[in-house]
Design a protein around this ligand. Structure first.
Ligand SMILES: C[S@@+](CC[C@H](N)C(=O)[O-])C[C@H]1O[C@@H](n2cnc3c(N)ncnc32)[C@H](O)[C@@H]1O
Length: 350
């Protein structure tokens, strides 16, 4: 017979769960704050939710908590009551077939509002790197140390660029990789971007083919990345997400851990590109210089964002900007492969 004991550490009262239930006792989560974490960590394999139960004498705190959490749920429901979810064309989302291509980047109205809030917040931040109100077009940047009428004593010219040309005797990939890691702080800086939010800038010139930075973070499965992406869109950041898709099986999530590479913005005419390379027997995502990069140029690469049902407007501003961050060519090719369900021929057993 299953017997549970009162969770108050000083109490030894034990009881049968059904009898306890009949007597009006209830079981609750160990810490109500964990409720907030569930949507992030529900995929963690080792996650354990401890349930607590209290005897009649010690039940008071649990009831208080229930009321407090009821009140919180009420607040959330009231807050969301203005939002009417869009009609689902098939009636019920749960009965729809799994769509590999349509699963990314759906944004709810609240997430879009949060995204524009974040954008305006970031736009009002002072320039950190030395102030470029424009991104570097073909390497020419526009210094601007006046932001919102305030003159910053911090000037670009005072930032002396250290000379860190890669030694010519570095030959192997492993040596280049080690050199890149050792010199990151000396070569790169982050600051406000003319493209979006914050970006990464070169503190000294780079040559075409140089390893610039490694994209690091947490390695997760795409299904987990999707859940986190939706969660972030809807609550945490409100705008940019920090996910780098390696292939169909692996995604690097740099939201909570990783290098500053996650701040590199997209451009349709980028000065960098990414490659997965093998060093010391391990795979690494490396951002390489695509061409020579001048001092204080913002680093960019082509995200090749893939989403059949979402267009992400591009602000890179380059003459050949395609207008969207999306990889339109691949999307077109894939959409040609998709067959309309109404065109499928029914198969019947004779
Ligand atoms: C990895 S973050 C890049 C860092 C970002 N600037 C920040 O401050 O968080 C990726 C997000 O930045 C934004 N972004 C990057 N490049 C962009 C571009 N060319 N046009 C519009 N948005 C861009 C998108 O919102 C994207 O989801």
């Amino acid at each position: 017979m299953l017997i549970i004991q009162c969770s108050n550490p000083t109490c030894r009262v034990a009881y049968h769960p059904l009898c306890a239930r009949a007597a009006g006792l209830c079981v609750e989560l160990e810490d109500e704050d964990r409720l907030f974490l569930l949507s992030v960590d529900e995929d963690d394999e080792d996650q354990c939710i401890r349930l607590l139960s209290f005897c009649k004498k010690h039940r008071q705190p649990s009831n208080d908590r229930v009321e407090a959490s009821d009140e919180r749920v009420g607040r959330i429901v009231r807050h969301c009551s203005d939002y009417t979810p869009p009609l689902n064309p098939s009636g019920c989302a749960r009965t729809e077939p799994y769509s590999h291509f349509g699963r990314r980047g759906r944004k709810e109205p609240e997430a879009l509002a949060a995204a524009s809030l974040k954008r305006s917040f970031v736009e009002n931040q002072p320039y950190l790197v030395g102030g470029f109100c424009q991104h570097a077009m073909s390497g020419t940047t526009v210094p601007n140390n006046r932001v919102n009428g305030i003159k910053f004593s911090f000037s670009l010219n005072k930032l002396k660029a250290p000379q860190h040309a890669a030694p010519n005797n570095i030959l192997s990939v492993a040596e280049k990789y080690d050199y890149m890691r050792q010199t990151i702080r000396k070569r790169l800086a982050f600051g406000k971007s003319g493209i979006h939010g914050f970006g990464i800038f070169a503190k000294h010139p780079h040559r075409a083919g140089d390893m610039v930075i490694e994209y690091t973070g947490e390695l997760v499965r795409p299904s987990i990345a999707d859940r986190r992406e939706h969660f972030i869109y809807n609550s945490l950041v409100g705008a940019g997400t920090y996910l780098f898709r390696i292939d169909n099986e692996r995604v690097i999530d740099a939201t909570r851990a990783g290098s500053i590479a996650h701040l590199i913005n997209h451009s349709c005419e980028p000065n960098c590109y990414s490659r997965v390379i093998s060093v010391h027997g391990d795979e690494h995502i490396i951002i390489f210089a695509k061409r020579d990069i001048k001092r204080w140029e913002e680093l960019t690469y082509d995200y090749r964002f893939f989403s059949i049902d979402e267009r992400l407007a591009c602000y890179c501003g380059f003459p050949r900007c395609r207008g969207v961050v999306n990889d339109t060519e691949s999307e077109e090719q894939v959409s040609k492969l998709l067959v309309n369900r109404s065109e499928l021929i029914q198969w019947t057993v004779e």
